[in-house]
Design a protein around this ligand. Structure first.
Ligand code: ZN
Length: 359
């Protein structure tokens, strides 16, 4: 029989009392419904001006040529660029994913706040109830937010100690009723080809940023990881054969999960923080959205990665960051061939701005 010091009970006994989750603290709650109600449409517009043009404190910058000179056309409620070669008209949402929006700016703030609150994502039905809009409008708006968050992560390059891991999503095949008709669903020939792997990397210290990509196999992710992680970084990964390639470009330590979850003098060789990210993404799948596979998987993963990185921001800051990522994003574009390397191009049609008409 093992001694008490080796049992789980003894380990739990030694643990310090857990620090309260940031969301349980007063600091997080800085944007109540009462605060939200007080915002007028004019104030909401000003908020969006500052989010879109932070460098000029909300003064318009022509989205077509970058000029700061403009006229305000009162009758058209738009600006006209003064640059002689441009002279184009633009509004606060021109050339952004909210171009041609129908919702008010205030509604977008309400939606951004609702979206920020869900720790395991925000369900489209819940949001449609909160906004008093159709489900498809809420669904479209959420995917705009997710795309904004994905855009905001595009240039991120991780530094320091970085954990790497992958997890499979989608491609569920319902087992046949009778055992005799069932097949081994682990075998490739019995799968439906919809199963994709989300590969993520996460910094252990500092901003603890998380990045994600979607691939057909972990082995297809290594070039992407090498580009996105600083060459001076220390990588921690599990025993999956795909990560062997990382040794060529980075100092890499691996832990064999079939034997142990952590090794090293201080148990520092582990992927516990990536496990925490994937547990959030699983909760997205099981607890909130029920199906995150298929063409939207990358967006859901980027959403979860953003929440993992920014889980200690206040509610107001989170709301504003979500809205800023969206208003600074161009109209929806295709990500296939960029982050979804190795995948078929079935996203092409989807990423045409199919949501434009709803919001
Ligand atoms: Zn211009």
């Amino acid at each position: 029989m093992s001694s008490a010091s080796e049992t789980g009970k003894a380990r739990r006994g030694r643990k310090k009392p857990a620090r309260p989750c940031f969301r349980q603290t007063k600091a997080w709650r800085d944007f109540s419904l009462k605060d939200l109600e007080k915002i007028t449409e004019e104030e909401a517009k000003d908020i969006f001006r500052k989010l879109r043009w932070p460098d000029t404190n909300g003064e318009p910058v022509c989205p077509w040529c970058g000029s700061h000179e403009h006229w305000w056309l009162e009758n058209q409620q738009r600006w006209k660029c003064r640059a002689p070669k441009c002279r184009k008209l633009f509004s606060l949402t021109s050339n952004t994913m909210f171009a041609n929006k129908k919702k008010s700016f205030k509604d977008l703030i309400v939606a951004g706040r609702a979206f920020a609150i869900g720790a395991k994502g925000k369900n489209g039905i819940d949001m449609s109830a909160e906004l008093g809009c159709e489900y498809k409008t809420a669904f479209a708006l959420q995917h705009k937010f997710r795309e904004g968050l994905l855009n905001s992560q595009m240039e991120t390059r991780l530094e320091g100690e970085v954990e790497v891991d992958g997890a499979w999503f989608g491609g569920y095949i319902k087992p046949e009723n009778k055992k005799i008709n069932r097949v081994d669903r682990r075998l490739k020939e019995n799968q439906n080809g919809k199963r994709r792997v989300v590969v993520g990397a996460r910094e252990r210290k500092g901003k603890r940023r998380t990045i994600v990509g979607v691939f057909d196999g972990e082995d297809q992710a290594t070039a992407w990881l090498s580009e996105r992680i600083d060459t001076m970084s220390q990588i921690y990964a599990d025993e999956a054969p795909a990560w062997l390639d990382l040794h060529a470009t980075h100092k890499t330590e691996r832990v064999n999960h079939s034997e142990e979850y952590a090794r090293g003098e201080r148990n520092e060789i582990n992927t516990n923080q990536m496990e925490s990210f994937f547990s959030r993404l699983r909760r997205f799948e099981i607890g909130t959205h029920h199906n995150i596979s298929g063409p939207y998987l990358l967006r859901y993963a980027a959403d979860a990665a953003w929440r993992e990185t920014n889980n200690e921001m206040t509610l107001k800051s989170q709301t504003m960051a979500i809205l800023q990522a969206a208003i600074q994003s161009p109209p929806s574009r295709s990500f296939s061939g960029y982050w979804q390397r190795g995948s078929a191009n079935h996203e092409d049609v989807l990423f045409e701005d199919v949501f434009a008409g709803f919001i």
